[in-house]
Design a protein around this ligand. Structure first.
Ligand code: HEC
Ligand code: HEC
Ligand code: HEC
Ligand code: HEC
Ligand code: HEC
Length: 168
């Protein structure tokens, strides 16, 4: 009887660990260059300097290699990770960054109205400025969107919970 309990407990623990590790792997995919938000935040580089489309369009945008090289032709140019970056620049190749947050095609989302309403990046993406590896902090499913939309001022709730707002 005791053996059975131990075996069952073992199975539960292993299943839990596998579940957690595959979920974490999805939350923080491996990137072609070890890019650390933490290092750049500490250097005082603002989110919008790199993600400059966020205020005016649907997408926040990932900075071009050219933007990186604006600093890294000089800063830390002797380091291996920066030389890897310079390799993409010399070959005129975009860096194949792996998406961290993904949204199904049938959902419409835009950064601009959210930033316009004064919502900070951290509200949706967590404390990115402390991340050495960029990770997804929430599932961003329909419940998550609606949870916030339903908390908006009463006169806006009907519009913000209309199916066609997010499913065009
Ligand atoms: C020096 C440029 C730079 C700065 C500054 C920067 N980022 Fe990024 N960001 C990147 C790059 C490059 C990636 C893609 C690689 C990665 O995911 O780590 C990225 C990825 C992201 C992602 C994930 C994108 C996805 O695929 O879903 C989020 C969210 C993000 N940044 C938010 C922020 C926030 C918030 C700040 C300010 C605290 C910030 N970034 C500052 C360059 C920058
Ligand atoms: C209201 C929630 C919300 C806020 C606020 C927000 N984001 Fe996002 N962000 C999202 C969602 C949802 C996605 C996934 C969208 C998609 O894949 O279409 C995303 C995707 C991204 C991406 C990857 C795709 C892209 O658009 O380029 C980056 C980079 C990013 N956000 C950066 C930022 C930065 C920087 C800020 C602050 C200036 C910010 N976000 C504020 C919800 C938010
Ligand atoms: C505004 C200037 C600036 C921009 C733009 C910038 N960086 Fe940096 N980056 C820095 C600074 C400052 C450091 C910290 C250097 C140090 O540790 O002394 C750094 C550090 C790094 C490092 C770590 C070097 C190491 O191994 O210690 C990598 C890799 C890196 N950046 C990649 C990128 C990439 C990729 C981009 C473009 C998406 C980018 N950087 C854009 C200023 C910048
Ligand atoms: C933290 C709160 C919050 C979250 C999370 C959030 N939203 Fe919003 N959303 C808002 C606010 C506030 C507005 C602007 C309302 C206004 O117009 O005053 C808005 C506006 C919008 C609009 C534009 C409305 C228009 O006027 O055209 C769309 C589309 C939208 N949200 C989709 C989404 C989707 C899809 C998600 C989930 C992936 C999401 N939102 C998550 C708070 C949020
Ligand atoms: C504020 C934005 C928002 C509104 C409003 C909204 N949805 Fe969604 N919906 C989403 C998001 C985001 C997803 C994607 C979930 C995912 O990928 O996990 C989704 C997914 C779905 C799905 C697919 C479910 C699945 O499991 O794949 C259906 C069906 C759906 N929505 C129907 C509706 C209907 C019907 C309404 C109106 C009553 C509605 N939605 C209103 C954001 C919204």
């Amino acid at each position: 009887m005791r053996l059975l309990v131990i075996v069952l407990l073992g199975i539960v623990l292993i299943a839990g660990a596998v579940y957690l590790s595959t979920n974490l792997a999805k939350a923080a995919p491996a990137q072609p260059i070890a890019f650390s938000h933490r290092l750049h935040a500490q250097a005082g580089v603002q989110c919008l300097f790199c993600h400059s489309s966020a205020m005016r369009s649907d997408v926040a945008g990932i900075p071009s290699v050219q933007k990186c090289m604006g600093c890294h032709q000089i800063i830390a140019a002797d380091r291996q990770s920066v030389q890897l970056l310079a390799g993409y620049w010399q070959r005129q190749e975009p860096i194949p960054w792996q998406p961290v947050n993904t949204m199904a095609d049938f959902v419409y989302f835009s950064h601009q109205p959210h930033l316009g309403a004064g919502i900070s990046c951290e509200t949706c993406h967590g404390n990115v400025a402390e991340m050495t590896v960029t990770a997804r902090v929430t599932n961003m499913d329909m419940g998550w969107c609606l949870n916030c939309h339903l908390k908006q001022p009463q006169e806006k709730v009907a519009r913000l919970s209309d199916c066609l707002l997010c499913h065009k």
